[in-house]
Design a protein around this ligand. Structure first.
Ligand code: HEM
Length: 221
């Protein structure tokens, strides 16, 4: 059981799952940016169709949801152990080298999870268990996922929820990548500044990339 592993093991599990989730986010962003192509959703729908029908990608989804669960469970346990070890919340560690968001990983993580459930309900569960209109390209039928995305982001309330969510994701990611490498022992003092910069670049690219989707759809479609 993950509960009985040492803190180091839990940190390694959490880091591996977290780094895998960052990889997923890059793939997810790339596919979703296709919805911005002004071709009636054809490119995006074909890419989304490939993602839900390709057996290898469907197999990887087990690791994706497993990774999300492991990341949450290990993160929660480590945080609880941390609180119990320091009841006065006394911090001796210097934060000078850390992301300003490093102290709030559990808080940003909880917000990301809450809205992720809402996000899965909006898209993933609709695709799996709900109804998505069909569209035909060259005689082949596809789910019109693009239409659903455009419809969702035509509402300001929805756009605001997503922009807020994605900003919290960005704050979380700012500390995530270099912290993950550190847990895996892949850091070296010589490379620390470069890894911090890379971590921030990853956070900015993913956040700005995802935020562009609701904003461009709301203002230009
Ligand atoms: C504006 C940004 C986003 C859009 C437009 C978007 C769109 C979608 C769509 C259309 C699906 C359903 C795919 C299908 O089953 O056919 C989906 C699934 C999913 N999304 Fe997002 N997504 C966005 C951001 C995110 C973010 C930031 C996360 C993680 C924090 C995320 C996590 C997931 C997960 C875990 C699934 C289920 C697995 C999958 O189908 O790939 N999404 N998203």
């Amino acid at each position: 059981m993950v509960f009985s592993y040492s803190s180091i093991t839990k940190k390694v599990i959490m880091a591996l799952a977290g780094l895998f989730l960052i990889m997923f986010l890059f793939v997810h962003l790339t596919v979703n940016l296709l919805v911005l192509i002004n071709d009636g959703g054809e490119t995006f729908n074909k890419a989304a169709h490939f993602m839900v029908t390709n057996p290898l990608i469907q197999f990887m989804q087990i690791f994706l949801f497993g990774g999300i669960l492991l990341h949450i469970i290990t993160g929660l346990i480590l945080q609880i152990q941390n609180w119990m070890a320091r009841p006065q919340r006394y911090k001796v560690e210097a934060y000078s080298e850390k992301s300003p968001f490093s102290k709030f990983m559990i808080h940003t993580g909880a917000i990301i999870l809450a809205v992720l459930i809402y996000h899965l309900y909006n898209f993933f569960f609709q695709a799996k268990f709900g109804h998505i209109d069909a569209v035909t390209y060259n005689g082949l039928e596809y789910e019109d996922m693009g239409k659903l995305v455009l419809e969702k982001f035509s509402h300001l309330s929805h756009v605001l929820i997503y922009v807020g969510w994605l900003l919290f994701l960005g704050f979380h990611l700012d500390h995530a990548f270099h912290s993950g490498l550190q847990s895996l022992g892949l850091n070296h003092n010589k490379y620390t500044p470069a890894i911090f910069t890379l971590s921030r670049i990853i956070a900015i690219v993913l956040t700005v990339g995802f935020i562009l989707i609701p904003l461009v759809i709301y203002f230009y479609r």
